[in-house]
Every structure is written in structure tokens, then in C-alpha cells.
Ligand binder design. Structure first.
Ligand code: WTA
Length: 645
């Protein structure tokens, strides 16, 4: 990664942004030296509390215990809606841009309030109470945000499941969170194609007898099956409800949501976030990182099924009384000009997307971009995976006309909000670097012995003090939370990422150091894909690794060993791909399956993934030491087969 290029803070940002370099330094210093004072000030200025806290934080990373704003009471939906009404009832809260460019909707804060209250009443009528779990399996339509906010109003815990997940994956998540209510739509619409959400839900619910209510938004009007007594049209349930609904008094540490994410082992974990700290950090970062100013039109292209959608489509922007754009479709439909046209159509000032989209759009050619104006843009953002300097430069020069600083934001489902990121008025940029820590974030690099790397160097990225948006637990399994994040390096939160710090103190994320893949910005456990493959009765063993992929960042490469006597065939490959799609979803479909008569294993039987990664990446000169393998000949066989595919 080149560090040659430095992009200084543009002059007008230095003058006009909320935070310049001196202020960043002063605030950062206060945030780590006097965290209680710092966070108390921020929590007072960003949020409205029904009852003040008695203690700012009580956290112990050794035990994996984190708590913020102890005994404080607030309601997230009040913070995101009600308190804005006196000043903003008629301001647009959500601009909804449909998959079809002819469809859009402008939802004011008053309308948002009324919609959320109606649904709150409907959910209460269906028995939903504080602390209950509600699964949301929705397309990118306004009702998805209504559903999240209605849960927050009740104090119920939502678990949003990305609409691209299969019925099987949905079922696992409903069961794990013990949800009794599911909110979905008849069908989703993406890139002109219909996504059978109700049908998927029906299949999942066959194995979820505890779900007594399935609420269905009519999006496309497509045919759906119906189970009387369990299934209800959204429109029917909310139509007669009053547009006022009491908001529950919620403790700062009461759960707000569960969001499943992949790790290196086992099934996805239900990351649990709570109320006060999470909302504060989402709101603060949304304001400071994008230099959000009154009246700005803000667009994050993520899906609400991922944490980026939670923090930066719904909670952060709405807590700040912003106008947030929600896009139903995909960046390449009807063609690769769509994002830039939407920016012009709605006068978008802040645009936040993922490197995989940037690379795909870069590949489509500059004409799609340059034929649009984009004059409204002032800040660009990137999230989800390392952005390669080439894509960064293109984003900067072609999309932003060399005028808009790019905020490369590093964070995770578990961190709740941005952790390493520039601020547009304060931090000079280096393409490919997520730059410096946000307020209160104390990153450290640890070497293999757990010693802190001092100055420039490389190591495992850990965080050494609690922050407000931090994961509180893995739903139903606190020990798993402790084991995953706090036991590798006692006293630290371990991110699972490797990073380098340069002489200027800038951080460069080098990627995951565990068996987690990042495919088009989607997190995927290799173990999950392997478990799906071995379900096939002709498969004896499977090993999955990532390899460099031009658009996706990482592609999925699966080595499959068949049962004795079984023959490889294209037909079988198709069956295996279909099996992974069925078990997880299309996002987990392997790009390459290589038949592997044997896998490289140590004498104790452990698969040596390092070697498999090298073969997948075609880096055959640097296979490293193979002498500890039980059968070194296996490696040559895999290399020969690779050449044949
Ligand atoms: C990766 C998404 C480099 C990283 C918000 C992290 C990044 C994982 C960046 C979390 C970035 C996210 N630069 N890598 N700007 N942002 N990552 O939980 O490996 O879906 O651990 O959260 O994505 O993915 P998750």
C-alpha cells in the first residue's frame, strides 16, 4: 500500500467543519484522559434523557463487562422522532428511492411519528412487550425503519435479518433469538427482480412453532400463501390504530437490538447492543465523521440488514434530525449511473457506500459518472472492507471531482459505530488508510505475545478501553462473547483484524487474522460455508478460504473432498453451489470449487489453511514450510488440479 499520497484537509472544511485539527486533538485527549466528563457532555448534548444517569460507565474488559450511563432512562424512538417534532414536523425524515427510478416517497418527521405509533399499537395488540424479540426480514422500504423504531418504542428487541439470507438461515436466527413475531413483506424488489420474502418466511416458520404472528407488508402484490390466525397484512393491522402511542421508559442498558454476525467458528452470533451508549455513538459519529450540518441530505447505501444500515440509515441520522435517504435497489440498475442520478435527483450532500460498489462502478467506466452533475456532494464515505488506493483515487477524482474528502470508516457489527476514521475538517487523508481513532477509542497493536507494539509497526488490532457503542453480549451466550473478544488478550477487546500503524500514527487495516471472509463487504465464516458443503452426502470434507477478487475484495474458494468411490462432475458442483445457497444465501455461494482428493494436514490432522490460501491466490512461490504435513504430496496434487480448472 502506497503512503506517498497525502490529501490535506480542504481549506473550506478547515474553516467550516464542526471539528478542525486542534479541536479533534483537544477532544480526543479529553475523551481518553477524562472519559467521564467527555462522555457526560456528549450524552447531554446529543440525546434527550428521561432520567439522568448516576454513573457514566462501569466497564471491565477483563470480564467482558461493559455498561454506560448507568440508571439513565431514555427511549430511542423518542430521541429519533418525538423530540424533533416541535422544529421539524414537516421536514423530510426519510427520502425513499424505489428500485424503479419512477418511484419515490418523502416521509416527514410527523408522518414517521404517526406510522411508528400505529405499528407500535399494532404490535402491542399482538402481545409484544418490552424485552420481547421481534424478527424483521424486510426489503429496503420505509416500513423496515418503522418496524425498528416501533420495537424501540416498546422496548422490544429487534433482530433484523438481511433479506438475502435463505429460509434456513432465517430459521436459525428466529430460533436463536426466540422471536415470536416476524415482520416481512410479500416480496422484495431489487434490480427489477423479485425476492420471495414471504415464501422464505413460510419455510422458516415451519420450524418455528413459537412464532404466533407474521406481519406482511404488501410491496409487490405478488402471490403469497397465507396461514389464517398467524399471518396478518401490515396495512390491515395498522389501519385502525391511533397515531399516538406511549413510549416505554427504557434503561440505558436495556437491549435495543440483536444482529447476527459471522465469526471464525460455529454459527453466527447474536451481537447484542443496548440503548444509551449505542445511540450516542451512532449519533455522534454521524454528525462528526460526515460533518453533517442542518439541512444536509444524507445517503448511506447499505442494507438495514447490516449494522451499517442500523447505525447510519436509521439510528444515527434520525437521532440527529437529519434527512436520510433509503434506497431499495442496486447501484447498477437500470444502469451503472443510478447512484449518481439519485444524488442529482435528491441533491445528496453526503454519500456513504462500500468499496465493492465503488470497484464495480469504476469497472463500468467514467461516462456513467461524468454525465451527471454531483455538484451537491461534499463528503464521501467508505465502509465494510479495506479500500484499495486505486478505487479510492477513482472515487475521489471521478465521483467527488477532487472536491470531497473520503471518510474511510473502520468499524464492526460489534463496535456499533465508527472507530477508526478521518474527520473531514481535521484529518489529512491517505488513500487506503482508515487514519485515526474516533473520540474515546484507544486502539493498540499487539504482537503474538500480547505485547503492545510501540510507534510504527504491525500487529493484531485491539481496543484497550470500553467505548459506548460496544457489544454487550452474545445473545444467550455471554461466555461465547468473552471467549471471542476478551480471552485472546486479557484486558483488551480483540477485533479479529490485523493492522499497521505508520510513522504518522495512521492505521492501515490489513484484513482479518481469523477464519472470517469479507466478500463484497459481507462477513462470512469459512466454517459456515464448510458446514453447508459437508451436508451433501457425497462430500467427505471441505475447506474454504478467501482469495483476492477484483470486485468483491475476497472471493470464496472451496476445496472439496468426495467420499470414496464418488466421482467429481459439473452436475455435483451445481448441487453443492445450490446447497450453500439453500443453507445460507446467495452471498455465500463459492466462486470456485476445486476437487481435492486430499487436504494438506498436519500430523495431528489440522488442515493447514495457510497453504490452501496460497494455492487459491496462485501464490505458489511462497507456500512456506510444508515439511510438517502428514502427506506433502497432497500439495502438488492440489497445485496441478488448480492449473486445470
Ligand atoms: C472489515 C461492517 C478495512 C474489517 C461495518 C472488520 C474494514 C469487518 C473497514 C467488520 C474499513 C469494515 N477498512 N476493513 N473501513 N470496515 N472492515 O461486522 O475486517 O460487517 O472486522 O461491520 O469488516 O464487518 P461488519
Amino acid at each position: 500500500m502506497s503512503e506517498a499520497n497525502l490529501y490535506p484537509v480542504p481549506e473550506h472544511f478547515k474553516k467550516n467543519a464542526a471539528i478542525d485539527l486542534a479541536r479533534y486533538k483537544a477532544m480526543y485527549e479529553q475523551s481518553v484522559n477524562s472519559p467521564d466528563t467527555f462522555w457526560a457532555e456528549q450524552a447531554t448534548s446529543f440525546l434527550t434523557w428521561q432520567q439522568p444517569w448516576t454513573q457514566v460507565t462501569n466497564s471491565n474488559l477483563r470480564k467482558g463487562e461493559v455498561a454506560w450511563f448507568i440508571n439513565g432512562k431514555l427511549n430511542v424512538s423518542v430521541n429519533c422522532i418525538d423530540r424533533h417534532l416541535p422544529a421539524r414536523a414537516n421536514q423530510t425524515a426519510i427520502i425513499w428511492e424505489g428500485d424503479d427510478p419512477a418511484e419515490d416517497q418523502f416521509i416527514t418527521y410527523q408522518e414517521l411519528h404517526d406510522q411508528v405509533c400505529r405499528l407500535t399499537n399494532a404490535l402491542r395488540e399482538r402481545g409484544v412487550k418490552k424485552g420481547d424479540r421481534v424478527c424483521i426480514y424486510m426489503p429496503m422500504i420505509p416500513e423496515a425503519s418503522y418496524a425498528m423504531l416501533a420495537c424501540a418504542r416498546i422496548g422490544a428487541i429487534h433482530s433484523v435479518v438481511f433479506g438475502g439470507f435463505s429460509p434456513e438461515a432465517l430459521k436459525d436466527r428466529i430460533q436463536d433469538a426466540d422471536c415470536q413475531v416476524v415482520i416481512t413483506a410479500d416480496e422484495g424488489l431489487r434490480g427489477g427482480k423479485r425476492v420471495p420474502l414471504k415464501k422464505n418466511t413460510d419455510i422458516a416458520l415451519n420450524h418455528c412453532p413459537k412464532v404466533h404472528t407474521c406481519i406482511v407488508v404488501k410491496r409487490t402484490g405478488g402471490d403469497v400463501q397465507w396461514r389464517e390466525g398467524r399471518d396478518f397484512w401490515y396495512e390491515d393491522l395498522v389501519a385502525h390504530q391511533p397515531s399516538e402511542a406511549e413510549s416505554a421508559i427504557v434503561d440505558s442498558e436495556d437491549p435495543l437490538f440483536i444482529l447476527y454476525t459471522s465469526g471464525s467458528t460455529g454459527k453466527p452470533k447474536g451481537v447484542l447492543h443496548t440503548t444509551g451508549g449505542y445511540l450516542l455513538q451512532a449519533a455522534m459519529t454521524h454528525k462528526y465523521v460526515f460533518d453533517y450540518q442542518e439541512g444536509d441530505i444524507y445517503w448511506c447505501t447499505a442494507d438495514v440488514g447490516w449494522v451499517t444500515g442500523h447505525s447510519y440509515i436509521v439510528y444515527g441520522p434520525l437521532a440527529n434530525g437529519a434527512t436520510t435517504l433509503m434506497f431499495e435497489g442496486v447501484p447498477t440498475y437500470p444502469d451503472a449511473s443510478r447512484c449518481w442520478q439519485v444524488i442529482d435527483k435528491h441533491g445528496v450532500n453526503i454519500f456513504y457506500t462500500a468499496p465493492t460498489a465503488i470497484r464495480a462502478l469504476m469497472g463500468a467506466g467514467n461516462d456513467y459518472v461524468t454525465k451527471t452533475s454531483r455538484a451537491s456532494l461534499k463528503v464521501l464515505g467508505s465502509v465494510g472492507e479495506p479500500i484499495n488506493p486505486e478505487a479510492w483515487e477513482w472515487y475521489y477524482r471521478v465521483v467527488g471531482d477532487s472536491r470531497c474528502p473520503i471518510m474511510d470508516t473502520w468499524w464492526q457489527t460489534e463496535t456499533g459505530a465508527h472507530m477508526l476514521t478521518p474527520l473531514p475538517g481535521a484529518i489529512d487523508l491517505k488513500p487506503g488508510s482508515a487514519t485515526v481513532p474516533f473520540f474515546g477509542v484507544q486502539p493498540v497493536l499487539l504482537d503474538a505475545d500480547g505485547k503492545e507494539v510501540v510507534g510504527a509497526g504491525e500487529g493484531n488490532l485491539c481496543i484497550k478501553a470500553a467505548w459506548p457503542g460496544q457489544i454487550r453480549t452474545v445473545f444467550g451466550d455471554h461466555q461465547r462473547c468473552v471467549d471471542t473478544y476478551y480471552s485472546t488478550y486479557p484486558g483488551y477487546y480483540f477485533t479479529g483484524d490485523g493492522a499497521r500503524r505508520d510513522a504518522d500514527g495512521y492505521y492501515w487495516i490489513t484484513g482479518r487474522v481469523d477464519d472470517v471472509l469479507n466478500v463484497s463487504g459481507h462477513r462470512m465464516g469459512t466454517a459456515e460455508v464448510e458446514s453447508a458443503l459437508v451436508l451433501h452426502d457425497k462430500v467427505a470434507e471441505a475447506a474454504v478460504v478467501g482469495y483476492p477478487h477484483d470486485i468483491k475484495g475476497q472471493g470464496i474458494y472451496a476445496y472439496v473432498t468426495l467420499m470414496a468411490g464418488e466421482q467429481p462432475s459439473d452436475e455435483l458442483k451445481k448441487e453443492l453451489l445450490a446447497l450453500v445457497v439453500k443453507e445460507i444465501g446467495a452471498i455465500a455461494r463459492p466462486d470456485i470449487i476445486q476437487w481435492a482428493p486430499g487436504l494438506p494436514k498436519t500430523r495431528s490432522g489440522k488442515i493447514m489453511r495457510r497453504i490452501l490460501r496460497k494455492i487459491a491466490a496462485n501464490e505458489l512461490d511462497s507456500l512456506g514450510d510444508t515439511s510438517t504435513l502428514a502427506d506433502p504430496a497432497v500439495v502438488n496434487e492440489l497445485i496441478d488440479n488448480r492449473a486445470n480448472q
